[in-house]
Design a protein around this ligand. Sequence first.
Ligand code: GCB
Length: 619
Amino acid sequence: MKKIYLLFTALTIALTVNAQDNKLITTIQNRQGLSLNGAWQYIIDPYETGFYDYRYKELSEKSGDAYWNTDKQVNKTEKKEHGYSDKNTLQVPGDWNHQEQRFEYYEGTVWYKKSFDYKKQAASNRVFIYFGAVNYKADVYLNGKKLGEHKGGFTPFNFEIPDTLLKGTDNFLVVKVDNKRYADEVPTLNTDWWNYGGITREVKLVEVPKLFIQDFMIQLKKADHGKLSKQSEVEGWVKLNNVPADGETITISIPELKFEKQFKANGSVVPLNFSLSRVKLWSPDSPKLYTVNVSSKTDKAEDKIGFRTIEVAGKQVLLNGSPVFMRGISIHGEIPQEIRRAYSYNDALQLLNQAKELGCNMVRLAHYPHDETITRMADSLGLLVWSEIPVYWTIDFKNQQVLTKAKAQLNEMITRDHNRASVIIWSVGNETPVSSTRTDFMHSLITEARKLDHTRLISAALEVNYSALNDQNVIDDPLGEFVDLVAFNEYLGWYGGLPDKCRTTNWSTIYNKPLFISETGGGAKGGFHADSLTRFSEEYQEWYYKEQISMLRRMPDNFVGISPWVLNDFRSPKRNNPIYQEGWNRKGLYDDKGNKKKAFYILQAYYKEMQEKQSAIGK
Ligand code: GCB
């Protein structure tokens, strides 16, 4: 008993220490403030003239040539060589590539400018500017002063606006956005997806009291080998932005369960530990969410939270104590019909409905954290989620700064979504090449992820060496030792020979852990029909899926699911077959117009069968 208590204390300390590192305000949806979405004026600046002088030295803060400074001419003799104008506007949120022809292939700097008026509700309140995501680097300036900078194209960040800087009217907000690729960034130079640039997600002013609730995590305690107690044990913490005065308390209430409890706040991070009775557990079949209110003396926050447990027990993944088979699909955060990044409610609805139609109970959101709308919608539609940071292929594993950048993105991903019941797996990367330097790097990310959240599973998509394939293939990547779920990308019949190779090939792992196929797929141009030996025909892809599924039936008993590659055709500069690809990766089960390909129906039938099997076991 003592041991368990000590372990819990250690875990709580680990959680609280990490929670303190991050300045991100979560659950901003119901906060007062001002949306800064809409039209922003822009200047396209490939030479970064607004940032460097002609000797390529950074311009001084007050320089009239700096694009973060006013573009107004003071008098007619003043020489102004930049200016923002309604002739040039971009919609925010939204990548720039799809908005104007001249941005289609653009990688570089664009300056965005927005004027706004804002009156605070109370003089003592604090105001932050919040960005859902900017790809890749953002330098943010208000009224000529720099508020901060952020790197990482798929995660949220915020900066406080000092009182002295915020004016009631006509604030001059400028964001320098740069989506150039570099070898020492995350992702690195080389990816199989389009490098959409811009302010791709929402921008908002958020007003909070002086002492406010910055973040909280409320989750069911991990079950112990499937044993769930009648009383559901909840653990977590609430993080205030500062150390409160003596006598501060935090109240948690869940009205639907008639639950309310107060916790003494002895520091800025307040550990929570309580039990709930009669909780209806969250699952794909019954995605029940509860409104949870968190309040301090001065502040209130609210979220909709589902309660469920997820764990690995031997060869199985247990959801609420019962084995689950993941009928997944990998998804890029892109709307192919409009060739743009996904960001809105309707975008999330389109993608998740497509997955539902396929018969999925799980989605792999590849290869970077998607918009928050989609993980929230997965909560309410009942889809399990694999969420990933863009540690993709060959990043600079020996570089400590790259590790720091990857950790920052991991931290932001987990912080944003640590209350989502749908998210069951944090992935620290995809197809990273085996070496001890790589393994140390990835192990360090895994350790960090566990510190931030010990209630979920940690994984990474491992890769298969096709040149060394034989009939019995054993996944033995050393990273397997550190993950909860051994996941691998397997393209037998597309990258390794023809699909009939699946007839004699078997897969297993040296690790006594559940095994998951995080990718498999082949390309087909929608509407192109030929015999099944013809690459890029729908018939080839259909054959590929048929052979794959027969192979899946021979998988060992630790096989717990699959997320084939990929839901929709997606843009990629690496796919240049002039007849079948034209800049698209064609492995979608839907083509770029939203039409289903023949292979869709093969996977759909398999999923139906697996679902029926699972419900038969459940009964
Ligand atoms: C992979 C990658 C994915 C690619 C896919 C492909 O293994 O993880 O990002 O797009 O293969 O189509 O080759």
